[in-house]
Design a protein around this ligand. Structure first.
Ligand SMILES: Cc1cc2nc3c(=O)[nH]c(=O)nc-3n(C[C@H](O)[C@H](O)[C@H](O)COP(=O)(O)OP(=O)(O)OC[C@H]3O[C@@H](n4cnc5c(N)ncnc54)[C@H](O)[C@@H]3O)c2cc1C
Length: 231
């Protein structure tokens, strides 16, 4: 479904990431985790790009994207500089990367960088619907200042009784944070505690492929793994 939506708000999340709020009376319905293709309506030709909804489908009329400005990237930088009032064509929803509350009483979300976006949508949905989903969220960032929606992640762990939150930093050691990337030792620990869970992986292609390989090697069935590669 293609729809014109107006940018009504932009919110800086970190030094290079903003959340864009788009609104329209008949916002397309979607499942938490799905993505849309965003298109500028400016006269010049600008390529289209995919963005996961970071808002929950429970929030009517509103669609949010959380966009990290990629160095040298065309669209992500234009989106980060866009001003309220601009109109966009939004096409979607797309993808099989979504949370299904009936099928998935237990989930593990493994994200890096802007790959936090669909997990914001899933966590917000679980909170809004007061679901009892048992969830683990592992979020990997380079440094403390790169953590997208840091306060909101802490809020999730207070509002979601079943949530275990691990924030991991790959380039600095800080008290209270895991240090390093997702590795086999971490995957072993998580899979041992989440045998029947569904696994979601989202982020840069290398991170997604590497993590998926480790999950498979640790006995998680392919049918229980959903992955979304950005970039
Ligand atoms: C299904 C899907 C959902 C997505 N959801 C989101 C989202 O919610 N938030 C978000 O910020 N992005 C998301 N992306 C990535 C997004 O679609 C763009 O690829 C990204 O914004 C870069 O576009 P660009 O035009 O700025 O860069 P381009 O002009 O396409 O690329 C410029 C340079 O940056 C490199 N590059 C491109 N993308 C990345 C990247 N993600 N990380 C590092 N280097 C990169 C390229 O190799 C190239 O050298 C998603 C991608 C997919 C496939």
């Amino acid at each position: 479904m293609k729809l014109k939506m107006k940018l009504t708000k932009t919110k800086p999340e970190t030094h290079d990431t903003k959340t864009l709020t788009l609104e329209s009376a008949e916002r397309p319905d979607f499942k938490p985790g799905q993505f849309f293709i965003a298109e500028f309506t400016r006269p010049e030709k600008i390529p289209k790009r995919s963005y996961s909804a970071s808002s929950s489908p429970t929030k009517k009329g509103v669609l949010e994207f959380t966009v990290k400005a990629v160095q040298g990237g065309i669209v992500s930088n234009l989106l980060n500089g866009a001003k309220p009032g601009e109109e966009f064509i939004v096409d979607g929803p797309y993808g099989h990367f979504f949370f299904d509350e009936k099928e998935m009483p237990q989930i593990v979300m493994l994200g890096a960088g802007s790959g936090i976006a669909p997990f914001r949508s899933i966590c917000r949905y679980i909170i809004d619907k007061k679901l009892k989903t048992k969830a683990t969220l592992v979020y990997c960032s380079r440094t403390l200042e790169d953590i997208i929606c840091h306060d909101e992640l802490i809020e999730f762990s207070k509002k979601m009784k079943g949530l275990k939150l691990v924030i991991s930093l790959s380039r600095e050691e800080r008290e209270g944070y895991h240090f390093g990337r997702i590795d086999d030792a971490m995957v072993k620990g998580i899979t041992a505690k989440n045998k029947g869970a569904f696994y979601f992986i989202c982020g840069p292609p290398q991170m997604v492929s590497g993590t998926e390989g480790m999950l498979l090697a640790n006995g998680i069935a392919k049918e229980r793994i959903k992955s979304e590669k950005y970039g």
